[in-house]
Write a protein that binds this ligand. Sequence first.
Ligand code: SF4
Length: 70
Amino acid sequence: MNRLEIDWTRCDGHGLCATLLPDDVVLDEWGFPVLRGREITRGEVTNARRAVLACPALALRLSRGAEGDL
Ligand code: SF4
């Protein structure tokens, strides 16, 4: 099951992920991302990977649960 994760030790709350993945990320009142926690479907993986690569703090990850990172 593919899901987004955030490394809170890195995230600096610029919110780019919410712009790129509005179905998966919303911003809280301080501008930090809140993951909706939904599964990233096979058809959405390419867009999710683009967002992961675009994160300026390298804080966004796409994981496959116990099977490790994608
Ligand atoms: S793009 Fe990266 S640094 Fe910016 S809010 Fe999202 S996870 Fe945090």
